[in-house]
Structures are given as structure tokens and as C-alpha cells.
Design a protein. Sequence first.
Length: 190
Amino acid sequence: MNDEVILATHNRGKLVEFQQLLAHAPFRLEWWGGSDEIVAETGDTYLDNARLKAHFVAQRTRRPALADDSGIEVDALGGLPGVRSANFVSSVPWINTREILLRLMTVSFHQRTARMRAILCLAWPDGREVWAEGVLEGVVLAWPRGSFGFGVDPVFSVDGEHSLAELSPDAKNRISHRALAVKELLRKLS
């Protein structure tokens, strides 16, 4: 394993989260940077999209690259937005979250079950890869809560009372879908 891995994302929130999650990894995480999408996420699955980004950055930088694709799957919406979570109805995260809430307005709390899913792909310039998945079960709250996190964190809850955005970053990083995927990835690398 090289001592440096490029994180294939333009999302600063993900950079901070992954730096915390991978603080004890056998490599140092560097940021790809920029403000535009790395490559169009045209895949049909989270794994397809994570692979696209990881292999693109590994080829471009000639260093190992780590990418994720993640989303929320709401049962009452037939699993939507799923793999299209980042661009469900907009490229603006809050507009996507608002759309989920609008579509669930008449859905009872007990039918608001959902899961957050993350797939990580670590790719090397020679084409090798390792991938891992993390899934966090929960519910969609009726209204956003909390100031930590990003994306749908303010409306997703594991216990039905507190959103992920109400948890401290350390608390969230112990249970999140990305934390679970990181643990699995590190297990596969060891």
C-alpha cells in the first residue's frame, strides 16, 4: 500500500469525514480538490459510480484513489432516490432533501423507513481495486434537525428521535454508513 491515497471527491464535507474515519489507516489521505464533479456518475449502481471515480483519479494521478458513492433509499418511495440521491431533482442537496420530505408528507412515521448506503472503491493505477459496502438502517424524520453533517443527515435518524446532524462528528463516525464501509474496507486491506 502506498503511503498516500487520493480521495476522489469535490465535497469538503466528505473530505473531513473521511479524514476522521481513516485517521488510523495505513495511508495518508489527500484531497482531489476542485469544485466540479470528477467524472459523470452514469452508473446504474453505487459500485459503478464509485469505480468510475476511483479509476479515473487513479489513472489521472498515477496514485491509488478512494471514491465513494452513497445515497438514501426510502422504502415508501420505492427505494428512491437511491443511486441518484445527489441529483434526485436538483444538484443542490437541500432541494433534494426537501423533495423527499414533500413526498413523505402524508406517510406515517412508521412507514418512513429508509437506509443510508455507501460503497467505497479503492483503485490503483494498474487497475486493481478493492471495494466495501456499509448500510445504516433508520427512518426519515418529518423536519430537519441539527447543524452537523451534510446531505440528508438533518432528516435521517437511527433512533427515530435524533437526526445524524444532531450527533457530534465523533458519534456519527462510529455508526454511519460510511464508517461501516470504511471498517469493511480496512478489514479487506489487512
